[in-house]
Design a protein around this ligand. Structure first.
Ligand code: C2G
Length: 128
């Protein structure tokens, strides 16, 4: 059982999110998504449109996602990887290099982002 983990806000779910979730899941047999809480989003200077509970419900409905856990801070990743017996850590390559410290605990994989889509773009495109 190869266990994969990834992190994010996953607000206003779009195909870029689905692509990385699918590709992360394909690297193993079980995918844990650690979802930014509303409080942690404030630390990331992000305001999600959907609440944590709604973003969690949406993620849990995706076939590629096996488990959703809360992300409270920047410091929890090593603990998450060890406690959840994670084999592979996956993030989009906008984060390339940022989480290489996890290489002591698991495989670290940065996947190419899906071009042309982002939650920020959706919000700005919809602004009337
Ligand atoms: N993503 C992608 N392609 C896009 C948009 C997003 O591959 N067009 C990926 C990001 O690279 C990330 C994941 O989807 O791996 C979630 O993106 P966000 O919700 O924007 O997450 P972020 O704010 O980057 O939070 O501790 C890490 C942070 O929680 C990451």
């Amino acid at each position: 059982m190869k266990r994969v983990i990834t992190y994010g806000t996953f607000d206003l779910l779009h195909v870029g999110h689905i692509n990385i979730l699918r590709r992360a899941r394909e690297l193993g047999d079980y995918l844990i998504v650690v979802l930014s809480t509303d409080e942690f989003n404030a630390i990331k200077n992000k305001t999600a449109y959907y609440s944590y509970e709604d973003r969690k419900t949406i993620l849990e409905s995706i076939r590629y996602v096996d488990e959703v856990l809360p992300e409270y801070n920047w410091e929890q990743k090593i603990d998450d990887v060890v406690k959840n017996k994670v084999d592979v850590f996956v993030m989009g390559d906008d984060w390339k290099g940022h989480f290489d410290f996890l290489k002591d605990y698991c495989e670290v994989v940065y996947l190419p982002r899906t071009e042309g889509i982002s939650t920020t773009k959706i919000k700005s495109d919809l602004k009337v």
